[in-house]
Write a protein that binds this ligand. Sequence first.
Ligand code: SAM
Length: 279
Amino acid sequence: MKGIWFTELQTKGLTIGCEVKKVLHREKTPFQEIEVFDTDIWGRVLVLDNAIQTTTKDEFVYHEMITHVALNTHPNPQKVLVIGGGDGGAIREIIKHETVEKATHVEIDKGVIEAAKKYLPEIAVALLEANPKVEVLIEDGIKHIKEKENYYDVIIVDSTDPVGPAEGLFAKDFYAAIHKALKEDGIFVAQTESPFYNQDLISKVYRDISSLYPIAKIYGAFVPTYPGGYWTFTMGSKVYDPEKIDTSKIQAFETKYYTPEVHKASFVLPKFVQELIKK
Ligand code: SAM
């Protein structure tokens, strides 16, 4: 193969990669290595510690699905927290909801936010200018959550893979602290990786979440640049069932993947994924 190729080695025994037109940015922060590439096939690509985080080609799938499913399940989401998500895509989607008064973004690594603002402005658009609805805090999400009680309507964990600074974002005591930080009708959602390559993790997170919330559900979406393509999200809800929403009450705004029908259909799980959560 000619030219420069990026190869992700995040999943044992599997590579995923693409040809790189140009390396736009490379930096080592105290937390991770940040790279941004320009490519023909995926547009601009954000890579952390050799693992693809987001691309301008398919980011809409992930960012719409990690936000709108929970925000449209809650009848009146006002205070919303994103832990991780340094590229800003989740915040961009959250502030489309008129009910949202404050979207708090807690990211451990300022370098990711700065790189996204410079090289991925269409994703980081909500972070480019001061917005009274958006609060950005550079700190560890684990510490932030321990200091809150009965505060947020929706908490979204938009983390890197469960290694390094994000390892604790998949731990049961962190989930318990999130449960405490949520109001009594609050909703939690997290990205929970691939049902092909991270089966033990999905079973463990589902077990933890169903021990904390009366309603625990997994839903899926297709993100071509993540290993396996089919990606899962796990939701815990204190009151509202995401499969019983009144779709006529959903606020209309521009999306490219999410629709009320996709919302409902995303909870229909293939049999092998159902088996993972029965374990
Ligand atoms: N969409 C992505 C994916 O699934 O590949 C995740 C995107 S986002 C870039 C993940 C962010 O989580 C990173 O910017 C990382 O710095 C941040 N992060 C990791 N551990 C964290 C922690 N303990 N507290 C807050 N942010 C954290």
